[in-house]
Design a binder for this molecule. Structure first.
Ligand code: GDP
Length: 299
């Protein structure tokens, strides 16, 4: 929580600073409300949510004075309302063995790291975890996953760079079944430079998983880098269409985060948010909670 607060508050400093200068010794009028709405939109919260918050703040207070603290309190309340329905744990006890988790996202957003952290968490809960190095395009990605495998004790199914990702994933499905794994975490490629090719590969990976187990993948997690801001919305739409995303993980909320976009995404897509990444370490994956996130944003 402390690192989330530190990261997000750095980005929301302009928001909280803006609120302070807007509402100190000023009455609530149309101009102030418009400036507030602009501030909220600049913080990536989305037009709809920005309008709803502004309206709520205006209610019964027109031409009256309102303190910056009061504005921040209402802001946190409204953001909590948007985020509470999407704050949902990742449910793995669905009776599927293995429960197949496909992890997708743009390169650099934290797929491999999130898989490593998740493997540690699930192993600690007593689950038998297997990893599949489905980003066969980048040698570094395969190596990194192997390191996480060694660190967490989870076996890693990998092939040489350039190998067919779908073929590897098929092998991993078989290996996880043979080994009696509870959870199979599958890493994937995320090079957006060649979007059509990437999406074709992802679709093929999903087909191969289904061929093996028609009920799988049971979870499709999309990692979003909190420092990217508005672009995250496009990523939700692109990967949602291709891979059928079932849940989100927002990473790097310890850095110079711009987490406001998660509010806009929640308002528009109502996708569950399972975890947040607050660092590069093995324990730096936390469950997502609406209240903590909202109060970090509101400052
Ligand atoms: P991938 O290409 O999507 O697999 O991304 P990686 O897992 O390789 O992560 C890219 C970089 O971001 C690496 O240097 C990670 O250590 C770093 N990273 C991942 N998650 C977090 C996080 O929550 N916080 C911070 N500060 N860094 C992170």
């Amino acid at each position: 929580l402390s690192r989330l607060t530190a990261g997000l508050s750095r980005s929301s400093a302009s928001l909280t600073g803006g609120i302070s200068s807007l509402f100190t010794k000023r009455k609530l009028d149309a101009a102030t409300l418009e400036e507030l709405e602009d501030l909220l939109i600049q913080a990536d919260l989305g037009v709809e949510t920005a309008m709803a918050i502004t309206e709520r703040i205006a209610e019964g207070r027109f031409n009256k004075q309102i303190s910056p603290d009061e504005v921040r309190r209402i802001l946190a309340e409204e953001v909590t309302k948007v985020l509470a329905p999407v704050a949902q744990p990742l449910v793995l006890d669905t009776g599927h063995k293995p429960h197949v988790v496909l992890v997708v996202g743009v390169n650099g957003t934290g797929k491999t790291t999130t898989i490593g952290k998740l493997a540690a968490k699930l192993s600690a809960e007593g689950r038998k975890v297997m990893l599949a190095a489905g980003d066969t395009f980048r040698a570094a990605a395969v190596e990194q996953l192997k390191i996480w495998g060694a660190r967490t004790g989870a076996p890693v199914v990998a092939r040489d760079t350039g190998a067919d990702a779908a073929g590897l994933v098929f092998d991993a499905m078989q290996a996880a079944r043979d080994a009696g794994s509870d959870v199979l975490l599958i890493d994937t490629a995320g090079r957006l430079q060649n979007r059509a090719e990437l999406m074709a590969e992802l679709e093929k990976v999903v087909r191969v998983i289904r061929k093996h187990d028609p009920s799988a993948p049971h979870s499709v997690l999309l990692t979003l880098d909190a420092t990217t801001g508005q672009n995250a919305m496009n990523q939700v739409e692109i990967f949602g269409r291709t891979a059928g995303v079932t849940g989100l993980v927002m990473t790097k909320l310890d850095g110079t985060a711009r987490g406001g976009i998660l509010v806009a995404i929640a308002a528009k897509h109502a996708l569950p948010v399972h975890f947040i990444g607050v660092g590069e370490g093995i324990d730096d994956l936390e469950p997502f909670t609406a209240e903590d996130f909202a109060s970090a944003i509101a400052g």
